[in-house]
Design a protein around this ligand. Structure first.
Ligand SMILES: Cc1cc2nc3c(=O)[nH]c(=O)nc-3n(C[C@H](O)[C@H](O)[C@H](O)COP(=O)(O)O)c2cc1C
Length: 178
C-alpha cells in the first residue's frame, strides 16, 4: 500500500543533464523506472513497479491533459507535454515529457516509454496559467463534460495562437512563443 500525504508547495528540480525514464504496459502500469525517477520523486522501486503511473499524479494537473495524452498514444502517435508530478513527501517537480509507443518485434505495441527533462522556466510561465484555467473549468463542470470543456479551452488557446498542439509545445519549449 502506497502511503499518500497531502501536497505541499515544496518544489524539486531536475538538473539540465538529467532524464527521468519510465516504461509502462499498455494500461499505464509501471514496468521500469530509472534511478533519477526514484531520487526525484522520492518513491522507492517497490512502491512504483507494478503500480499505475498515476501514483505520481499531482492534483494540479488537469484531467484534459491526460485525455489528450492517451488519445494521442492510442492514435499511434508520440506525445509531448508538460507535467507536474507529485513526490512521495507531497512536494512536486515539473517535467517536459516525451512518450512513445514501445513496439515488439512483431510490430505490436507492448507498452509505452517516457523520457522527461527539465522544462525551461519560461515554458512554465506559459503552461501554468493554461493548466490553472483548465483545472478551474474541470472543477466547474461534471463528468465527461468537464474534460471536454477543458480540452475545448485548450483548443481555443491553440487557435488564438494560430497553431496546433505539437507545434505549440515545441514553440513554448524553444522560447518562440510570446
Ligand atoms: C508512459 C507513460 C508515462 C506517464 N507519465 C505520467 C506522469 O509522469 N505523471 C502522471 O501523472 N501521469 C503519467 N501518465 C498517465 C497516467 O497513466 C494517468 O493517466 C494519469 O496520471 C491520470 O490519472 P487518472 O487516469 O487516474 O486520472 C503516464 C502514462 C504513460 C503511458
Amino acid at each position: 500500500m502506497v502511503e499518500r500525504v497531502s501536497v505541499t508547495q515544496k518544489e524539486v528540480s531536475l538538473s539540465d543533464d538529467e532524464f527521468i525514464v519510465s516504461k509502462t504496459d499498455l494500461k499505464g502500469k509501471l514496468t521500469y523506472i530509472n534511478r533519477t525517477f526514484m531520487r526525484i520523486s522520492g518513491f522507492p522501486e517497490a512502491e512504483l513497479l507494478g503500480f499505475p503511473h498515476n501514483v505520481i499524479r499531482h492534483p494540479d494537473m488537469p484531467r484534459g491533459v491526460f485525455k489528450l495524452m492517451w488519445d494521442t498514444l492510442r492514435d499511434g502517435n508520440e506525445f509531448f507535454g508538460y507535467v507536474k508530478n507529485r513526490c512521495k513527501d507531497g512536494g512536486h517537480y515539473w517535467v517536459f515529457a516525451n512518450i512513445t509507443i514501445d513496439y515488439g518485434l512483431d510490430n505490436k505495441p507492448l507498452g509505452y516509454y517516457s523520457v522527461r527533462r527539465k522544462p525551461t522556466p519560461r515554458a512554465l510561465d506559459h503552461i501554468i496559467p493554461i493548466y490553472r484555467e483548465m483545472l478551474a473549468i474541470e472543477a466547474g463542470s461534471s463528468g465527461k463534460n468537464a474534460v471536454e470543456a477543458s480540452l475545448q479551452f485548450f483548443r481555443d488557446e491553440l487557435a488564438r495562437n494560430d497553431t496546433d498542439y505539437l507545434d505549440m509545445m515545441m514553440k513554448i519549449e524553444n522560447g518562440e512563443l510570446g
